[in-house]
Design a protein around this ligand. Structure first.
Ligand SMILES: *[C@@H]1O[C@H](CO)[C@@H](O)[C@H](O)[C@H]1NC(C)=O
Ligand SMILES: *[C@@H]1O[C@H](CO)[C@@H](O)[C@H](O)[C@H]1NC(C)=O
Ligand SMILES: *[C@@H]1O[C@H](CO)[C@@H](O)[C@H](O)[C@H]1NC(C)=O
Length: 285
């Protein structure tokens, strides 16, 4: 199989929302513009760059006027974050940095999160809210982290930050502290009537044998499924422990693995994460 199609759906139920902690950025206190433009829900297909079949990145914009960032779309984590202009380290300096003073739609917050990923990369985040633009999709007041520190694992100028597409913690919120929660970007796209369907799908295009990277690295489609990107039927599988919010993985039961004519069965309790953002990962599927 040359192309691998990963289809991921959103498991949020609107009726659950009220039962959970407040989002980081509530509507109250934010002035409603006099003319509220009603968006027609749509879809957007973002092209991805593929680095070493390991890192799939694309561009997003934050702020007004928009500031550009290259992010890794990661179904294995929850937050969007980008380097902050306040980070002056040599690691931050090789990246695009978000300057809150240059955005008229910036909303500040005192909330922070010290984020360490599976591979021990670490960023110290200060949350903010701002307009997020992904191609033709625009979301207002999206929470994201401004990285005040980035460790040496981010000494890589091929991307600036992450775009979390993790599995929903019930209503689409993740706890940040006891009183506040983070609303996922895709959940905001749904709440703000930006996407046509409550779904996103990812197509990853493997490299040719002699390529180290490719600008035709794949696609992430917000709001739909591209049926030309796979053959056969979609198998819908239930998430394991979908109400068990952390870690934010799309976790499914795993009975076995087949590659060509070779197959391996695994023990009954095995689970797998559907993860677009795993580096290396020899020991974790
Ligand atoms: C964040 O956590 C890492 C890993 O535990 C630690 O090395 C770092 O000093 C922490 N950063 C801050 C700003 O607390
Ligand atoms: C980042 O990588 C460059 C070489 O690519 C190296 O010169 C520099 O020392 C590295 N910085 C850190 C903080 O590891
Ligand atoms: C990769 O291999 C193909 C087939 O041998 C060749 O046509 C192409 O020029 C190669 N590309 C690079 C970048 O080496």
């Amino acid at each position: 199989m040359r192309n691998l199609a990963l289809l991921l759906t959103l498991a949020a139920a609107a009726s659950c929302v009220s039962a959970f902690r407040v989002p980081l950025y509530r509507k109250s206190g934010v002035r409603t513009p006099r003319t509220v433009k009603r968006q027609t829900p749509t879809t957007y297909k973002e092209n991805l760059l593929n680095y070493q079949d390991n890192l799939f990145v694309g561009e997003i914009y934050l702020g007004t006027p928009p500031q550009k960032f290259i992010v890794q779309f990661d179904t294995g984590s929850q937050f969007i974050w980008v380097p902050s202009a306040k980070c002056l380290s040599s690691i931050c300096a090789i990246h695009n940095r978000y300057d809150s003073t240059k955005s008229s739609t910036h909303q500040s917050s005192k909330l922070g999160y010290n984020m360490t990923y599976e591979d021990s990369s670490n960023v110290d985040l200060n949350f903010a809210g701002d307009t997020l633009t992904v191609g033709t999709l625009k979301v207002t007041n999206q929470a994201f982290g401004q990285a005040l520190t980035m460790n040496a694992q981010f000494n890589d100028s091929s991307y600036d930050g992450l775009f979390g597409l993790g599995a929903f913690y019930l209503g689409g919120y993740y706890p940040v502290d006891d009183a506040n929660a983070y609303v996922l970007a895709v959940e905001n796209m749904r709440l703000q009537n930006v996407i046509a369907r409550n779904i996103f799908s990812v197509w990853m295009n493997p490299l040719q044998f002699n390529q180290s990277h490719s600008t035709n690295g794949g696609e992430i489609l917000f709001g739909d499924i591209d049926t030309t990107r796979f053959t056969g039927d979609i198998a819908w599988v239930p998430l394991q422990n979908p109400s068990n919010g952390e870690p934010p993985f799309w976790t499914i039961g795993l009975k076995g693995v087949r590659l060509g004519s070779q197959s391996v069965e695994v023990q009954k309790t095995a689970v797998a994460f559907i993860d677009t953002g795993m580096w290396g990962g020899d020991d974790i599927l």
